[in-house]
Design a protein around this ligand. Sequence first.
Ligand code: GLU
Length: 443
Amino acid sequence: MSDNISYTSKIVTRFAPSPTGLLHLGNYRTAVFAYLFARKNDGEFILRIEDTDRERSKKEFEDNILESLEWLGLKYDKFFRQSENIERHTFYLNKLISEGKAYISKEEAKDGSGVIKEIVRFKNPNKVVVFNDLIRGSIATDTTDLEDFVIAKSITEPLFHLAVVVDDFEEGITHILRGEDHIPNTPRQMLIQEALGFPHPNYAHLPLVLSPDRTKLSKRKGALPVTSYKDKGYLPSAILNFIALIGFNPGGEKEIFTLDELVNVFDMLKIQKGSAILNEEKLNWTNKEHIKLESKEEQFAIIKKYFNDYDDELLKKLQITIIERITHYGELSEVVNEFSYFKERETPVLEKLLWKETTKENIIKHLNYILSMMDTLNFSNVEKIKEVVYAYANENGKGEVLSPLRVSLSTRDKSPDPFMLLYVLGKEESIIRIKNAINILSS
Ligand code: GLU
């Protein structure tokens, strides 16, 4: 089954975040799915900042949402701020009141102050509301339990449900994709739509995104805002790819997609019904795959920023090794430290140059032998270096040949393999370092 239905009117979706905090990957999944669905159907994708809660809404959070969407490459066709539409909310509120579909109710404020407030309640027709959720199928709710719910704090302060219904109508939203935590809101909003004579949009409630411990993903559980992945040097294409596959599987083996490819494969009916778990390992794997998709030049430009005092020739030889070491570019600062020996010659310590029971004399003999091969090695090809040096090591004891060689060249017992070290350091520098190690072993 697929959702390749041809819709008669233009599809319009929206992402409607409240700017009351920094949004995490799970929050942005709603944006990604709404975007993909709109683009797939040649529709429109709208961003609406729902800032009617004046106390909790902050400009810095709105800015963060804009920055995150831009970074992810999710371009919206129109932008609205809910607070700027209050006049229309009030207009419709008055309409409901004048038609007897809502009423002013004098009630004591909940804060215990004893103050009497004039709030507005919706006159609930008490009926069964049914909608066909595009992901979960038919959902029926008897609205009687909802009683006459509040739709405005006062005649000039409409609340969430009314504002959402009016905005969705005026912005021409045809499909509402949002988290399943909004399912209880849908019957209320549908009642308001009916009272105002608005058509019902289509609904698709997305399953929750959970932390690895299966609890709701939240900031307290370590869910990071999207922009912190930006700050850590993840690639936006990778984060987007990762988010799109949380609870959505296009089928097949392919897991690495560009934005255009995601638009192509997106299918609402392939969104899973169960909750999805955020898997940090998969995120890192995805990012690494996207690094590999970059051209050598793109990779080099970023590596060079971290290894800025390396000459280009040496850095190009080191590039593959560096890329292998990282899952995201932010790790390059560690790799610079770790690889300091490529740049600065350091002095190896005797203990590290030794190998198990092997005598110093044996190690010196092996190192001298490798020195004697230096003229015959092809330093422009790491595989060729490996062929020759490995053949000798294989015959004379891999550990006792290769470990001291590694330490001679890098001073470390953990490093890229000695063939790579020879290749990157080049003939002259390798000779100096091996001689230096022989001196230490001989003294
Ligand atoms: N502003 C709501 C939120 O951030 C979303 C409302 C909606 O999608 O209808 O949870």
